[in-house]
Design a protein around this ligand. Sequence first.
Ligand code: NAD
Ligand code: DAU
Length: 358
Amino acid sequence: MTILITGAAGFIGANFVLDWLAQCDEPVVNLDKLTYAGNLETLTSLDGDARHIFVHGDIGDSELVASLLAQHQPRAVLNFAAESHVDRSIHSPEDFIQTNIVGTFRLLESVRAYWNQLEAEAKAAFRFLHVSTDEVYGSLSATDPAFTETHRYEPNSPYSASKAASDHLVRAYHHTYGLPVLTTNCSNNYGPYHFPEKLIPLMIVNALAGKALPVYGDGMQVRDWLYVKDHCSAIRRVLEAGRLGEVYNVGGWNEKPNIEIVNTVCALLDEMRPQADGTSYRTQITTVKDRPGHDRRYAIDAGKIERELGWKPAETFASGIRKTVQWYLANAEWVANVQSGAYRDWVQTQYAKEDVLQ
Ligand code: NAD
Ligand code: DAU
């Protein structure tokens, strides 16, 4: 048996593959376009491991996806591939429409054609799992209850609108064609291999570099943080036991204002990598112009996945953020290669000669 994962050179997908292959021997075909966010250096521990088959390509390339499905006959397709950064979607939304909407549509079409011709048993066992976000539900006030799976869709950024569109397509392919889909809507992840454009890794790397720590607006926007390995275990559980056509919200029960996150990162760095002159990293915090249309608060009610599938996060925020800061301190080379862009050259030297890049 094999699974096909899209976007698994990115932050969550790569963590998922590393965890999956640490726990079982079922091979993974990893289809990734290697945008700026795709980093195969994250997966170097799998070099030479026949269980990981990397394919360089786009989920919207129907011919390529059809040939991969025919060749590897996966029992499941997990769609992590996306443009994922809200700020980038505000500056240039086009790529978000192409990958998150058109790409997901084409992937669904390729998967539908493959699934339709499977034998009855394989057809019944097949799953398409779509990885989505809590941002599709819009923004909460301070007193609103957390998002449940029945909360109406109110996306506010080009990113969340494009993810919302993809969720609707996935839903429609179940209702119209019977495609056996599962959707997860997760809150903010953090942990190892997070690209330093997102809040937590940006604060860690900027603090260590002596740069400003840019906090948008008043810093009181609330996010619900989940350690990435917990997101991965939730996806494994939904794949294993989720009810067809259902949506599962995934979150860490960890609502925190951004400024508290930044202060926590600074406090951990003060403890683990104190500055020579005794100054706190907090002195680098700077307030900057707010993100346009900035959602004030996200909060996930993860009660359904706990009740139905018995999933709960293993990490508290205190344990997860400590591990994360430790990871960044121990992996300065990974960070440096991301910052210099060397991770992209590395792909060529490592893979071109072996002809695994298509
Ligand atoms: P990421 O930006 O780190 O990685 C995305 C990956 O997708 C990259 O490797 C990129 O090369 C690849 N990709 C982009 N366009 C592609 C295309 N057209 N074809 C094939 N590959 C393509 O993103 P992430 O943070 O790992 O997020 C993964 C998924 O989880 C996304 O769907 C995102 O919406 C969702 N999500 C993320 C978070 C979070 O906090 N990061 C939370 C909830 C849901
Ligand atoms: O909620 C899930 C979503 O979380 C995912 O779907 C997205 O893919 C992921 O990028 C993330 O979106 P956010 O916009 O919440 O994450 P980001 O790390 O960009 O920002 C987190 C909060 O921190 C947000 O309120 C904006 C703020 N921020 C961010 C950056 C990069 C700052 O104050 N300063 C910054 O420099």
